[in-house]
Write a protein that binds this ligand. Structure first.
Ligand SMILES: [Zn+2]
Length: 304
């Protein structure tokens, strides 16, 4: 499934499912794609949009004008909304207007709403009306990694499809992100196979608290989310220490802190750094539930 700028990894079962649905004319109006962030749910939605609309043999060809315009997001029959912020009622009104216009070439108009859990309650209720009386030949793909945050009434009107990647597929995604030279197993473990976290890890694009955590090498935080973030960053730092110790400097992520990494790894044996990583990796998933003070105490002990 490759062309120059479109490479969908995995999700074959979902794709085949849509093939069958179309063949038997059983397409529903709305689907909810759930699964971890960064594994290609939106890309799969675009792929399906092309597959249902491309006129070539063995669709999608990824190369005809329709396919190209869907890939670039420029097709007039594709409405593709993605936002990290709240999706407001104005955007839903814009969708409403556009879905009732005559199709400009595609058999199915496609509406992709990424982070659909970010609809404001007002927007959600307005959108519900569209879903209750959906326009003909229009498909809604609602994408979310947090289905629990979506309005129950919207969820009940969409067919749910669960997305996941096998380990080899996740590795392939990571290779695409990094060009290969990383310890994929460790990155996948640290990021709990969340590929958007993994890509942050691989590219070194971690948030601003990275500087604070690495400079102080302490992760005290009262807020659970912050604590997790800090531990995550610390894991990247310890991983870098291991890499330096084993003469793999080229793979270091936090290369802007080379001095710090160098000094820290000098103080500890390979085994003791590995022990710290193991302890943090055991603690990391537990941070969702564990008492926050207790967690901070554990962390202080691990870092000593
Ligand atoms: Zn095509």
């Amino acid at each position: 499934m490759k062309n120059n700028n479109f490479n969908l990894i995995g999700h074959r079962k979902v794709i085949d499912y849509f093939k069958v649905l179309r063949k038997h004319n059983r397409l529903a109006h709305a689907y909810m794609f759930t699964g971890k962030k960064g594994i290609g749910k939106r890309k799969a939605a675009k792929y399906i949009a092309m597959m249902l609309n491309c006129g070539e043999d063995n669709p999608p060809c990824l190369n005809c004008p329709d396919c190209r315009q869907i890939i670039s997001g420029a097709h007039p029959d594709l409405i593709d909304i993605s936002s990290d912020k709240f999706i407001k009622i104005d955007e839903i009104r814009m969708i409403e207007k556009r879905v009732f216009l005559k199709n400009r070439g595609l058999a199915y108009k496609v509406v992709i709403i990424d982070n659909a859990d970010m609809l404001t309650p007002e927007a959600g209720n307005a959108f519900l009306k569209t879903l209750e009386e959906p326009p003909k030949d229009t498909l809604f793909f609602l994408i979310t990694s947090k289905p629990e945050n979506m309005l129950g009434t919207i969820k009940s009107r969409a067919q749910k499809l669960w997305f996941s990647l096998s380990l080899p597929e996740a590795r392939e995604c990571l290779d695409n992100l990094s060009g290969g030279g990383i310890d994929r197993e460790l990155v996948l473990k640290i990021s709990e196979s969340d590929l958007s976290r993994a890509s942050e890890l691989v590219s070194g694009k971690l948030p601003a608290i990275r500087k604070r955590v690495i400079e102080s090498l302490s992760v005290f935080a009262k807020q659970r989310g912050k604590l997790k973030e800090s531990v995550f960053i610390l894991l990247t730092f310890l991983r870098d220490c291991l890499l330096l110790k084993t003469n793999n400097e080229a793979l270091v992520i936090n290369s802007d802190f080379r001095e710090k990494i160098y000094r820290y790894q000098k103080k500890f044996t390979l085994e003791s750094i590995e022990d710290k990583i193991t302890s943090l990796m055991v603690l990391y998933p537990a941070l969702d539930n564990i008492n926050i003070n207790l967690a901070n105490n554990f962390l202080a002990n691990i870092l000593e």
